[in-house]
Design a protein around this ligand. Structure first.
Ligand code: CMC
Length: 451
C-alpha cells in the first residue's frame, strides 16, 4: 500500500482525537505499514497481506480504534475463491473462468455447478446435477395455496418471492442441519430448482392466471418460460433463441462477489440461520432499487425521456443535478465498461431479431453515445452497467417491470449459496461490526408530564 497516512485516512480511519500518521515510504515499499500513534508516540508495524490489513492485527495494535466505513467501500469482509472482479479493467471471472467464455459456451445450470463446486462438472456429474435440479422444481402445494395465494391480488412479485423463500424453511426442517453435508446439498438443490417455480407462481398470481406446474422434460430456462407463459396448450415450447438469451442473462447474474445481497446472505448465514432464511434476506436486499431494481429504473427513465431528441436535455438535467441519476450507469466496483453490459448488448440484438426491436433501444443507444463522450461521465468513470440493457431485453420478451428483480434473484441464488457454503466451510465468525456513537451523553429519564 502506498500513500501512507493519507490513504488510511481517505479509507476512513477515524477519530477526531485519535489521529495516526503513516510513515511515507521513501524507497522500496515493504509489505507492511508503519504508523505513529500520536496519542502515545508509539510506532506500530502492521503487516499487509494480499493487499489488506487483517482486522485482528489492527485490533491487537490499536485496540478501540475503528475503521469508519459505512458502505464497506474499503473493507474486505471475507476471503473468497468464487468470483474475481477487477473493476478498473472490466474483468469478471467465476472460479477463474472469464465471464465472456462462460456466456458463450456454458449454461446457467453448469455455471451454478461451477460456482458451488469450484470446478466445471464432468458429463456424468452434470447429468446427475441436472437430473436433481430438474426433479426438485415442484413446490409443496401449501407453499402455493397457503402462502402465494394468500397475498393481496396486486402484491408485488418480488415481495411474494421474499416471503415464499423464507416460508420454505418451515417446510424443510432438516435445513437447520447446516453442518450435515447431505442436508446442505439437498437444500442447495431445492433452492436452485424451486426459485423459477416460485418466481413464475408469483407472476401468475399477480396477473390472475392459474399456476402452471413445472414440466420436467424441459431445460431450466424453457421450463421457467413455460411456467410463465403457458395458457391452454398441452406443452409450451419456448423460442430457443429467447430461452438461450435468458440462460445467458442468468449466467451473467449468477454471482458478483460481495454485492449488497450476497453480503446480506453472508451476514445472516454467519448467525447459522438456515439457508432459506438467509436467502430470503438476500432476496430482500436485491429488492431495493439501488441493487436489483436498477433495470426497472432504466426502463422508467427511458420511457420518461420518450424520444431520441430529448436525450441531450435529459443528460443536461442529470449533470445539473435536477434530473436524478442516469440509471444503468456507474458502479461501485466497475470503473470501466461492465463486461456483462457488453455481452448483454450483443444478446439484445438476437432477442430483438425475434421479438422486434424494443422502441426504447434507440433512446438507450443515444444516451450511451452522449454520456460516453461527456466529461461529466468520463471523469467520474461512469459507464453502462449490467442493468442498462437487461431491462430492454426482459421487456421485449414480455416480462412486466415488477418481474425484473425476480429475474435477477433466480440465478443469483447460485452465487448466494456458493458464498453461504464457503462461509460455513471457513467457520467464519458471526458478523458483528462496531459503530461510532454520536448520540446524546447519559441523561436521566424525564416523566411524560415534565417533557
Ligand atoms: N448518474 C449520474 N451521476 C452519477 C451516477 C449516475 N448513474 N452514478 C454516480 N454518479 C456520480 C455521483 O453523483 C458522484 O458525483 P460527485 O462526485 O460529483 O458527487 C460520483 O458519480 C460518484 O458517485 P457515488 O454515488 O459515490 O458512487 P457509488 O459507487 O456510491 O454508486 C451506484 C454506485 C451504482 C449506486 C451509482 O453509480 C448509481 O446510483 N447508479 C445508478 C443506479 C444503477 O445503475 N445501479 C445498478 C448498479 S449495477 C447492478 C449491481 O451490480 O447490483
Amino acid at each position: 500500500m502506498s500513500g501512507g497516512c493519507s490513504t488510511l485516512l481517505s479509507q476512513g480511519l477515524l477519530g477526531s482525537s485519535r489521529q495516526c500518521m503513516a510513515q511515507e515510504a521513501s524507497s522500496v515499499v515493504a509489505d507492511s505499514i508503519t504508523i505513529i500513534d500520536n496519542r502515545t508516540g508509539n510506532q506500530l508495524e502492521i503487516p499487509i497481506e494480499r493487499g489488506g490489513i487483517a482486522a485482528s492485527e489492527w485490533q491487537k495494535l490499536l485496540p478501540g480504534v475503528w475503521f469508519y466505513d459505512p458502505g464497506l467501500t474499503a473493507t474486505a469482509v471475507c476471503d473468497s475463491s468464487i468470483t474475481y472482479l477487477d473493476g478498473d479493467n472490466g474483468i469478471l471471472r467465476y472460479r477463474g473462468y472469464p465471464i465472456e467464455q462462460l456466456a458463450e459456451h456454458s449454461t446457467y445450470l453448469e455455471v451454478a455447478y461451477l460456482l458451488l463446486h469450484g470446478e466445471l462438472p464432468t458429463a456424468a456429474q452434470f447429468d446427475t446435477w441436472r437430473h436433481e435440479v430438474t426433479y426438485h422444481t415442484y413446490i409443496h402445494e401449501n407453499v402455493r395455496k397457503r402462502f402465494l395465494e394468500g397475498f393481496h391480488y396486486d402484491a408485488h412479485p418480488m415481495g411474494m418471492l421474499v416471503s415464499a423463500v423464507a416460508a420454505l424453511s418451515t417446510f424443510y426442517l432438516d435445513a437447520k442441519q447446516i453442518f450435515d453435508p447431505e442436508s446442505r446439498r439437498k437444500q442447495i438443490i431445492r433452492l436452485i430448482a424451486k426459485m423459477p417455480t416460485l418466481a413464475a407462481a408469483a407472476h401468475r398470481f399477480s396477473v390472475g392466471m392459474p399456476f402452471v406446474y413445472p414440466d420436467n422434460s424441459l431445460d431450466f430456462c424453457s421450463n421457467f418460460l413455460s411456467m410463465m407463459w403457458k395458457v391452454a396448450e398441452p406443452r409450451f415450447d419456448a423460442n430457443p433463441v429467447l430461452a438461450r438469451a435468458l440462460d445467458i442473462l442468468f449466467i451473467l447474474h449468477a454471482d458478483h462477489e460481495q454485492n449488497c445481497s450476497t453480503t446480506a446472505m453472508r451476514v445472516v448465514g454467519s448467525s447459522h440461520a438456515d439457508p432459506y432464511s438467509a436467502c430470503a434476506a438476500a432476496c430482500a436486499a436485491l429488492y431495493g432499487p439501488r441493487h436489483g431494481g436498477a433495470n426497472e429504473a432504466v426502463i422508467r427513465m427511458l420511457t420518461e425521456i420518450g424520444s431520441v431528441e430529448r436525450v441531450p436535455d435529459f443528460i443536461r438535467s442529470v449533470k445539473e443535478g435536477t434530473g436524478g441519476r442516469l440509471q444503468g450507469f456507474g458502479h461501485r466496483v466497475y470503473k470501466s465498461y461492465d463486461p456483462r453490459a457488453k455481452i448483454i448488448k450483443r444478446t439484445a440484438d438476437e432477442v430483438f431479431a425475434i421479438t422486434g426491436k424494443n422502441p426504447l433501444l434507440d433512446i438507450a443507444l443515444k444516451l450511451e453515445e452522449i454520456a460516453l463522450s461527456d466529461e461529466y461521465f468520463t471523469s467520474r468513470k461512469l459507464y453502462p452497467n449490467v442493468d442498462f440493457y437487461s431491462g430492454l431485453i426482459y421487456q421485449a420478451m414480455g416480462f412486466p417491470l415488477e418481474m425484473f428483480p425476480v429475474l435477477f434473484a433466480i440465478p443469483r441464488t447460485a452465487g448466494w449459496l456458493a458464498h453461504w457454503q464457503e462461509l460455513l466451510d471457513q467457520d467464519s465468525k458471526i458478523v458483528r461490526p462496531r459503530q461510532l456513537y454520536s448520540g446524546p451523553e447519559a441523561r436521566d429519564y424525564v416523566p411524560i408530564d415534565r417533557r
